[in-house]
Write a protein that binds this ligand. Structure first.
Ligand SMILES: [Zn+2]
Length: 278
């Protein structure tokens, strides 16, 4: 894996890119002119980062090379032709922060409940060095309705007034749901990426779905404790969890329930005497 992204000139000269341009809706709408597109820094960044992912990134589930999705699939940027996993790419120049902006709120909620929901690739790059700083995958099983924040409708002065977008609340996603390929310019071994991917696949099980938000929030709490922790320490998060799940008056019972789910799935171990280990 190389962290350097190509130059716009070399990418445009490549056949891959000219093939892509020929059916790229955005380019068509803008008069089919390459030059126009380069004037927009965001378009330039999109071309550079997509090209890097296409060249360097492998599927975390099976190590197969990632392919770019056809342009008529707006919610899918990449897919794995071997195992069928889909990926949406989010790129940023600045630190990834507590939330990332996504598209229409209603579409996102619909996607979270559909079978063809994609995983997310998060890429942070340096525009000066033209290179990748961080690259993560957030598996789709870490996405729950609760972590999608509804934005205010666009004002009447906007072209698409009334349109409602959404944010993905990264702060609600446990660390184990941000699987790094590249962290602060360090490339992680593929075996580690795949191990981390496999460790939480149990979240895709049907019986985890109804309590997904609770499981994720419990995982986040566990990550804030030492490797070995007690039930008593978990109870200290009761107020925090109550605030995240208003209206639930049985928080301690809920905590015990999630610990049991995580123990049954091998995510944590019960050592006896109210003590657990992750
Ligand atoms: Zn795959």
């Amino acid at each position: 894996m190389q962290l350097q992204m190509g130059s716009i000139q070399s990418i445009v000269r490549s056949r891959d890119f000219t093939d892509k341009l020929s059916d790229d809706k955005v380019i068509r709408e803008h008069g089919n002119s390459y030059a126009n597109e380069y004037r927009s820094p965001s378009q330039k960044a999109r071309v550079l980062t997509e090209s890097w992912v296409r060249a360097e990134v492998y599927c975390p589930a099976c190590f197969h090379k990632i392919d770019q999705a056809p342009n008529n699939q707006p919610v899918l940027d990449f897919f794995c032709s071997s195992c069928g996993e889909g990926y949406e790419l989010k790129s940023k120049k600045s630190a990834l922060g507590a939330k990332i902006v996504d598209g229409a709120y209603a579409t996102m909620i619909e996607r979270l409940q559909s079978k063809d929901q994609p995983n997310f690739f998060l890429l942070r790059y340096s525009a000066i060095e033209n290179s990748v700083i961080d690259f993560f995958v957030i598996p789709k099983h870490f996405m729950a309705v609760d972590i999608i924040e509804k934005r205010k409708p666009l004002p009447s002065s906007a072209r698409r007034h009334g349109w409602v977008g959404c944010n993905i609340l990264l702060s609600r996603i446990p660390q184990s749901g941000r699987i790094a390929y590249v962290k602060d310019r360090n490339i992680l071994p593929p075996s580690e990426v795949r191990n981390n991917w496999e460790k939480t696949l149990f979240l895709r099980d049907k019986d985890c779905l109804p309590q997904k938000s609770w499981i994720l929030d419990t995982m986040s709490c566990i990550e804030r404790l030492d490797k070995r922790f007690s039930l008593k320490q978990m109870y200290e998060f009761a107020d925090h969890l109550r605030a995240l799940h208003p209206g639930n008056s049985h928080v301690k019972e809920k905590i015990r329930q999630q610990l049991q789910v995580l123990r049954d799935r091998g995510y944590i171990r019960f050592l006896g005497d109210g003590t657990y280990e992750r």
